[in-house]
Design a protein around this ligand. Structure first.
Ligand code: ANZ
Ligand code: ZN
Length: 841
């Protein structure tokens, strides 16, 4: 072909063709084809597609197209996560209406997404800021409310001073706002919460049945953070009405608890401070501690605290009087907000005890030969056997006041623990808990999900507050759901969207919207003016793709059955403990209400990696290393960009891959070579080719490799295999027509425009090439060839060798055949596969 590979026209032509023929509109069911739901996380309408979007959508498109060619009825939908802070902040910066800004962006991004040649079904597009969508977000929120899974409560919440809104725990990363990076403050506020903790056990236990990467499962398990332990009561001397209840994961160490610690927020602190000799000091400490962030308190810094002087508690097992402290290394919102301190076996307690000179009492004897005498090292039981129990007891009791250099952390044998001494510590956990009438419990790191946002650009929370009813209401709150027939509560237009920072959304200023009649008494009441966290919107969007235009319900049961659960979900690792956790919860709650047919939404999940700037740094405007995909596409074409991103690294691993301008040129050159391939006349087949057997084998090996690699998302090695096949093709005077067809079939998911164009030009029947080729296992192994063995360039013998033989194998076989010339001497081999091995002595 002398004509230039004109990517721009070819890509335009095929994109128009796909659009006009509605090529990727997916029917709900398709005769003879199994449904396959392939989901990628939908984008925020941020305004401009960046390389990250290309990576998120164009590489998965290879998989979607491959599955379609394999005969599946593939749903590969797209939509926009349109509400939320990023869009709203961007609009405010530009002094634009967030709605206009968002919908303009969506329009622009649609065009950009189309330029990828991705096989999205646009007819099912979902936009979370569309009232037809968020009607169902509100409806589902009210369903959760009905089931007692939504409640309003005053709690200490994370407040972002810059975004002027409350954040969920998941949106605080290392003490900073996940969106803007500001240091998060704690504020006491009354907020709407979703009771995700009610599902903590199921969210952990059901992970085991999912085909998800281990890291993602582990991260969710850790985030939920289930600890099994016990609540134990420590009586306070002279204060018979209230004990100090501690949560411990180590009730086996109870005899070693030498003091108790209350969090500064603990409700008993003020009461006990009144009794303490140093009340003022205690109160001052509480104020100082209250100013610290949770991160500052849990970081491994110098421990601080103050004793409640004169207040004593009793260790319920050892029956000894122990001091009571207030210290901020104990958190108010975990467990019971109080701990028993066991400095001999816990690092934090150990450091604290060292600093304040508190008693350190070991109650666990480590496993292994930990006891030494003049006669050697012994385990606990060996020592007991040799020297008798009495000697052992004296030694062990002696340890009590020995200043140990570090706590004994691991398991072992109980000592200094009365009748429990000599027991295995694990065994003693339950027994000691029962002995002091404690109770076995579980604790979770997971907190309920605070979903109120004091921002404009979100779904209005469909609740109404009535001051009058609040007085008569048992809860005293006076909140009532908006009647279902009044949904959606439409987000009104405002003059001013800027958040006020006073703890209320700008919607509060829209008094005519706020005022509404009370669904309970009919009197004058007020709408809730906070909006929902965008993670609520995205907790169920994938269901809507199954039935995007349904005005009667979230989605019809039948359509859900066609598509759910999602077969494969591709997305970013930042969502591991946010969206992925929230949506699993949401789906389980819907399952319990009979709204969906199973309790897990996504069968298989993968997290993709990141594309870095050419300098290896994260792309950012300030670093000036942002690659603009539009200009690269204009230069080399969408197919080259797709294929380059596929080639950049394994898609199934969370790597960081720097953008390499040289690499993209290389891929473009590959496509140019494909364009120029010399193809045999129509009807020419492999069978007529001279190098038939080798080519046949390589072709079938390539089919196998590319199929397996795409299926496991190792797109990079699939591309390499295509490159090797092209090299081989280029050694032929003409590529047999049937081999060429297979090559285009394999290329089609990666470079769909080019492959379609070439297939059309080669006159292939659509049906004949638009399906995935299969390989013949018999042809994979390949035959043998006879090659010449030279010694210093002179032919001395010939050998039969597998066509796949490596240089080492060829050299070894060659040496054997020419032993009498080389006599075991050292040789260097020059190997031309299929032809000759030259051994240079
Ligand atoms: C005594 C003890 C002895 C403990 C020992 C540990 C080791 P996880 O695993 O995270 O659940 N703890 C309990 N509530 C706390 C709070 N509000 N703030 C800070 N620390 C708290 O941790 C449970 C352990 O952390 C509990 O078990 C308690 O210390 C401490 F050798 O009790 B342990
Ligand atoms: Zn009322």
């Amino acid at each position: 072909m002398n004509e230039r590979y004109d990517h721009a026209n070819i890509e335009k032509k095929w994109q128009e063709h796909w659009r006009e023929t509605a090529a990727f509109e997916t029917p709900d069911t398709k005769e003879g084809a199994e449904n396959f739901y392939f989901l990628t996380e939908f984008p925020y309408p941020s305004g401009n597609l960046h390389v990250g979007h290309w990576y998120a959508f164009s590489v998965p498109d290879i998989f979607a197209r491959y599955m379609r060619m394999r005969g599946y009825n593939v749903l590969y939908p797209i939509g926009f996560d349109a509400f939320g802070l990023p869009a709203e902040n961007a609009a405010i910066q530009r002094k634009l209406n967030p709605r206009t800004w968002t919908f303009d962006n969506i329009e622009y991004m649609r065009g950009q997404l189309r330029s990828m040649g991705a096989s999205f079904d646009w007819s099912r597009e979902v936009i979370t800021a569309d009232p037809a969508y968020y009607k169902w977000t509100q409806w589902l929120f009210l369903k959760l409310y009905e089931k007692g899974l939504v409640y309003r409560k005053e709690t200490a919440v994370n407040w972002c001073p810059k975004d002027k809104t409350v954040l969920a725990n998941e949106q605080v990363v290392n003490g900073k706002c996940e969106r803007c990076g500001s240091e998060v403050e704690q504020r006491l506020m009354s907020q709407w919460n979703i009771k995700i903790t009610a599902y903590a056990d199921r969210l952990i236990d059901d992970l085991k049945d999912l085909d998800w990467p281990k890291q993602i499962k582990d991260a969710q398990r850790n985030w939920i953070g289930r600890s099994e332990g016990a609540e134990l009561n420590f009586p306070i001397i002279g204060h018979p009405m209230s004990d100090i209840t501690v949560f411990t994961t180590r009730p086996d160490t109870l005899f070693g608890a030498t003091y108790v610690v209350l969090a500064p927020e603990h409700p008993l602190v003020k009461e006990l401070a009144d009794k303490a000799e140093n009340k003022d000091e205690v109160l001052r400490y509480i104020v100082v501690a209250g100013k610290k962030t949770e991160l500052e308190r849990t970081e491994n810094k110098e421990k601080t605290g103050v004793e409640l002087k004169g207040v004593k508690a009793i260790n319920p097992a050892a029956k000894e009087e122990i001091p009571v402290w207030v210290a901020d290394y104990v958190l108010g919102n975990y467990g019971t907000g109080a701990i028993m301190a066991v400095p001999a076996h816990d690092w934090r307690d150990f450091e604290f005890a060292k600093k304040f000179n508190l008693e350190i009492k070991p109650v666990i004897f480590p496993q292994g030969k930990a006891l030494s005498s003049g006669e050697g090292d012994f385990t606990y039981f060996e020592f007991k056997e040799r020297y008798g129990e009495q000697v052992l007891n004296t030694v062990v009791a002696g340890m009590r006041n020995v200043l140990i250099a570090a706590p004994i952390i691991g398991p072992g044998i109980l000592i200094n623990s009365d009748k429990f001494s000599s027991k295995n510590n694990e065994e003693a956990k339950v027994e000691i808990t029962e002995f002091v009438e404690g109770r076995l419990t579980k604790q979770y790191h997971l907190r309920d999900w605070v979903v109120s946002r004091q921002r404009f650009w979100g779904v209005p929370i469909p609740m109404i507050h009535c001051e009058k009813c609040a007085l008569r209401d048992a809860s005293g709150q006076g909140y009532y759901p908006v009647p279902e027939s009044d949904l959606p509560v439409v987000l009104p237009e405002l003059e001013d969207y800027v958040p006020t920072g006073e703890g209320k959304s700008p919607l509060a200023k829209k008094t005519d919207w706020v005022q509404v009649s009370c669904p309970h008494c009919g009197g004058v009441a007020e709408r809730e003016t906070d909006t929902l966290d965008t993670f609520v919107d995205s907790s169920w969007y994938f269901l809507r793709y199954a039935d995007p235009k349904n005005g009667q319900e979230v989605a019809s049961k039948e359509k859900l059955k066609n598509w759910m659960p999602v077969d494969f979900y591709s997305g970013g690792s930042e969502h591991t403990t946010m969206h992925l956790l929230y949506s699993r919860f949401w789906y389980k709650a819907m399952f319990d209400m009979g709204l969906v047919g199973e309790s897990e939404p996504y069968l298989k999940r993968m997290n993709r990696g990141l594309i870095m700037g050419p300098d290896g740094q994260k792309m950012s405007k300030s670093k000036g290393n942002v690659v603009d995909p539009d200009s690269v596409v204009a230069e080399v074409g969408a197919d080259a960009v797709r294929m380059y991103l596929a080639f950049i690294g394994p898609y199934n691993e969370v790597g960081a891959y720097p953008w390499n301008p040289g690499g993209i040129v290389g891929v473009r050159r590959f496509l140019d070579r494909v364009w120029r391939l010399k193809v045999g006349p129509q009807g020419s087949t492999l069978d007529q080719s001279i190098s038939r057997s080798n080519l046949d084998m390589l072709l079938h090996q390539t089919i196998k490799k590319v199929s397996e690699d795409i299926a496991s998302l190792k797109m990079n090695t699939a591309v390499s295999a295509l490159m090797i096949l092209l090299n081989e093709f280029e050694t032929l005077s003409a590529v047999p027509h049937d081999a060429y067809r297979i090559f285009l079939q394999l290329l089609a998911p990666f470079a769909p425009h080019l492959a379609h164009e070439l297939a059309e030009r080669a006159n292939f029947e659509r049906a004949a090439w638009e399906q995935w080729p299969s390989f013949d296992p018999a042809k994979l192994a390949g035959g043998t060839v006879t090659i010449a063995v030279q010694v210093n360039g002179k032919v001395r013998a010939s050998i039969e060798l597998s066509v796949n033989a490596t240089k080492e194998e060829a050299s070894a076989a060659g040496r054997k055949a020419v032993e009498k010339w080389i006599k075991g001497g050292e040789t260097r081999a020059v190997y031309v596969p299929g032809k000759v091995i030259n051994l240079v002595v």
